[in-house]
Design a protein around this ligand. Structure first.
Ligand code: PLP
Length: 431
């Protein structure tokens, strides 16, 4: 069992100055109990905390570290930019064109792209653009999906909001809330119903094409294509929020994996290589409405920041050169099969969902296809499971409703260790 004296001391101090001691709610251990661990260093697939304990990392900074932490090429590129270019200009820089061109080449739906500083900025801006373009007010999202903390999205939201049991947030005005409609993931009829009830008033449908903030929920075959057809029929802007699954489930994101092209795509996480970045882009006729070319306002003091773009560009280049996806799939299959064996040995029928290197073990026997089925999971058992993994040096998300991410630097020995730890943790979860 790791000794966590210094982490506990730091957390006590943090709580005096930072709400809840954390700068993002998902970092708190509220749903699993205990105190958050203060990390001191990341290296490859490993994290070391302030008390000197090391952990195998399956959180990967909540998704960005598909190549592990401190990849030598990314670190070297950052050092170069720091020494030879600068940290910010507030003017255009050449690197912005390079990343925009590369993203348009990689992601099927992109003809133009705007860089921002977070996934939240990307989704807020994409929805504003959809509203400006269509002249309509309402949007449809899916229960349990998380699109950042913009007001329009904190209605039946996933991720930390779901983990903490607060999917609706005070502070979101009634006016805003009434413009967000929630459909059921993987249920096209629920979407059609909302569209028919609000004929001519829906600006956008926004969806995580692989839902990663309610645990992991893959879109059923045909569901995304049905959404595409519906949007075409009704003049609705289809937005894929690929902040998490983009460049993760395939280089071109879920849209390339499933062969469905949205009108707008929002991105983040991996394209920042561990630095704060987001982006949104899509069809030229839509993106041309963004200021200063068009009338829909969107801006950012640090948008297109050289350091963030350096880390993102280098990550994308490595992904293109090395194509780690088949290897990530192989590793993810090893984990899935190992966990399955353990479940079988213990007579447990828990559900595992996985798309590529994103996966989730749900503490429920109900197939998880939507928010309603996800919340049948036993979060108490998950909490015991999480702590047992932690005691064995395996760091996973402190929530049942988050993904486990495998990176290219997890070795087969790491996976073996994880499968053994999973067995012990499953045993602990039943006590
Ligand atoms: N969209 C999705 C699908 C996400 O998973 C997240 C964050 O987890 C966001 C948007 C918000 O991104 P950020 O936390 O960078 O604002």
């Amino acid at each position: 069992m790791p000794q966590l004296t210094k982490s506990a001391e730091l957390f006590e101090k943090a709580k005096k100055f930072i709400p809840g001691g954390v700068n993002s709610p998902v970092r708190a251990f509220k749903s699993v109990g205990g105190t958050p661990i203060y990390m001191a260093k990341g290296s490859g697939a490993y994290l070391t905390d302030v008390d000197g304990n090391t952990y195998l990392d399956y959180v990967g900074s909540w998704g960005p570290f598909i190549l592990g932490s401190m990849h030598p090429r990314i670190t070297a590129a950052l050092e170069y930019t720091l020494k030879n270019i600068g940290t910010s200009f507030g003017t255009p820089i050449e690197m912005e064109i390079e990343i925009a061109e590369l993203l348009c080449k990689i992601v099927p739906s992109l003809e133009m792209v705007r860089m921002v500083n977070s996934g939240t900025e990307a989704t807020m801006s994409a929805v504003r653009l959809a509203r400006g373009y269509t002249g309509r007010d309402k949007i449809i999202k899916f229960e349990g999906c998380y699109h950042g903390h913009g007001d329009s999205f904190l209605i039946k939201a996933g991720s930390g909001a779901l983990t903490l049991g607060a999917p609706d947030s005070p502070g979101v005005t009634k006016g805003t809330a009434q413009d967000t409609l929630n459909a059921t993931y993987n249920d096209i009829e629920s979407v059609k119903l909302l569209v028919n009830e609000n004929k001519g008033n829906i600006a956008a449908i926004i969806i995580e094409p692989v839902a990663g903030n309610t645990g992991v929920i893959p879109a059923k075959p045909g569901f995304l294509a049905d959404l595409r057809t519906l949007c075409d029929q009704e003049g609705i802007v289809l937005i894929f929020d690929e902040v998490m699954c983009g460049f993760r489930v395939a280089l071109g994101g879920a849209q390339s994996l499933y062969g469905v092209t949205p009108d707008l795509t929002t991105m983040g996480k991996i394209i920042g290589g561990g630095l704060p970045v987001g982006a949104f882009g899509g069809k030229r006729k839509l993106m041309e409405r963004i200021a200063p070319l068009g009338d829909v306002y969107q801006a950012g003091t640090l948008s297109g920041n050289p350091l963030a773009l350096t880390a993102g560009l280098e990550t994308l280049k490595i992904l293109m050169e090395e194509n780690p996806y088949p290897e990530l799939e192989r590793k993810a299959q090893i984990i899935e099969a190992g966990f399955s064996d353990n479940l079988k040995k213990l007579g447990l029928n828990y559900v595992q969902n996985r798309v590529g290197s994103m996966s989730c073990l749900f503490f429920t026997e109900t197939p998880v296809v939507s928010y309603a089925s996800a919340i049948t999971a036993d979060t108490k058992k998950h909490g015991k499971y999480f702590h047992s993994l932690l005691d064995q040096g395996i760091y996973t998300a402190p929530s049942q409703f988050e993904a486990m991410f495998i990176s290219s630097v997890h070795t087969d020995a790491d996976l073996e260790k994880t499968i053994k730890a999973n067995y012990n943790a499953l045993v602990e979860s039943q006590k």
